[in-house]
Design a protein around this ligand. Structure first.
Ligand SMILES: C[S@@+](CC[C@H](N)C(=O)[O-])C[C@H]1O[C@@H](n2cnc3c(N)ncnc32)[C@H](O)[C@@H]1O
Length: 394
């Protein structure tokens, strides 16, 4: 992606890393990015910052649409706390934590399409591969909360297992063992944020016969944090059955953290549906027939996935990254015609994104990104409680 100043005589392309540094600097004003950002401004963008206002103001006036990002966050100096957004996707954590007064100081997401959505909404291009030292080097030294909905992977049994896990002396000397969770641990150990706020799939506890979860908890405790976890279904706040594991870990172990309660009637899918949905979302005869045949066979055999017409008075099934392929997890019944898929805006609503969230331009990317995302109101409610503890302890 490239960000260019409005003045066409200065139009240049920046590398991904330069774009990330520059946009992080513009949005956060953080000292971590200052020198490199100014170097890019002077030497690459050829803007003179020596005797005018500071580089940030110059850049703000040069970049065409800085003020038009819907979620650029609190102004520097006005934040109540700071956080970083790892495995950021499209910023489900960010939108929730910013709403509580948090300033995001660093984001990382390597998927180009998600980076684009992220930029369009927050004005910041996330850094890329978080496993790389040259990317980690841009994480500001101090921040309060590390947020991450990290991919779930088994730990290598050769290196580390629940039974022979040896703690700091051994396990952490080998961060290249290939599990992204090691990167979270490495960052937490180095930067010592007050809180780790993590999200993962429901079956994290049973993943790899329990090995994965045991190691995660053990490692977090070994680097000096408390560890509380729970599984929450999003359906009391958004009309979607989405069960996820949430983990909250405090550096100050005297803090007693209780997850908020998520009670109340499950929300109804019909409340988030758009009217006048274009015909393109109606599935073809071939696809609908295929769904019905496969569903019948699978039901008879008692295995496999089934395609269902959604009950509009209940929450939808879990939105998954592959939903866009054939929509089988949630088909909306229609009078006198085949059912239709959810629209991207409906997917955004199922995950609790605000109406002014700028959608990805490609539908395929939108389904993938919302399917991978967190349910924002759930993160927000847990986040609110975390922030209350944090501010009390400050
Ligand atoms: C489960 S999704 C997280 C979604 C996010 N919480 C949200 O609300 O949109 C995990 C994300 O991690 C990203 N990812 C995986 N490996 C990565 C890496 N090495 N560096 C940066 N991002 C990575 C994926 O592209 C994916 O978007």
């Amino acid at each position: 992606m490239s960000v260019s100043p409005t003045d066409s005589t200065h139009s240049v392309s920046l590398t991904d890393l330069e774009t990330a540094i520059l946009t992080h600097y513009i949005i956060t004003s953080h000292i971590t990015y200052k020198d490199v950002a100014e170097d890019i401004i002077v030497n690459k963008l050829k803007l003179n910052i020596s005797n005018g206002p500071d580089s940030q103001n110059i850049l703000k006036s040069q970049l065409s649409n800085i003020s038009s990002f819907p979620f650029s966050g609190p102004l520097s100096g006005e934040e109540k706390f700071t956080f970083i957004d790892l495995f950021a996707g499209i910023g489900g954590f960010r939108i929730a934590m910013q709403a509580h007064g948090g300033q995001c100081l660093f984001s990382s997401e390597w998927d180009k399409y998600s980076q684009q959505t992220y930029y369009n909404n927050y004005g910041e291009v996330p850094f890329g591969d978080i496993t790389k030292d040259e990317i980690k080097a841009f994480i500001p030294k101090k921040f309060n909360i590390l947020c991450a909905g990290f991919p779930c992977q088994p730990f290598s049994r050769a290196g580390v297992s629940a039974r022979n896990f040896l703690g700091l002396e051994h396990g952490f000397d080998h961060p290249t063992q290939g599990n992204l969770f090691f990167d979270i641990i490495e960052i937490a150990r180095l930067h010592e944020p007050d809180v780790l706020f993590l999200e993962n799939v429901k079956n994290l506890k049973s993943h790899d016969k329990g090995n994965t979860f045991v190691i995660i908890e053990r490692m977090i405790r070994d680097i000096g944090y408390s560890f509380d976890s729970t599984v929450i279904n999003a359906s009391s706040l958004v009309p979607q059955r989405r069960e996820r594991t949430y983990m909250v870990c405090f550096k100050d172990k005297s803090i007693k953290f209780d997850f908020p309660q998520f009670k109340g009637e499950p929300k109804k899918l019909r409340t988030i549906l758009e009217s006048d949905v274009p015909e393109t979302y109606t599935i073809s005869d071939k696809l609908w027939l295929g769904h019905q045949v496969r569903t019948k066979k699978n039901l008879e055999r008692g295995v496999g996935f089934t395609a269902f017409l959604a009950d509009l008075d209940k929450p939808s099934n879990t939105l998954v990254a592959r939903y866009g392929k054939d929509g089988k997890e949630c088909l909306i019944p229609q009078e006198g015609k085949n059912p239709r898929k959810l629209t991207p805006r409906e997917c955004a609503r199922l995950q609790g994104y605000p109406e002014n969230f700028t959608l990805p331009t490609s539908n395929a990317a939108a389904y993938r990104q919302f399917g991978n995302s967190v349910a924002v109101p759930i993160v927000s409610k847990i986040g609110k409680m975390i922030v209350e503890h944090l501010l009390k302890a400050k």
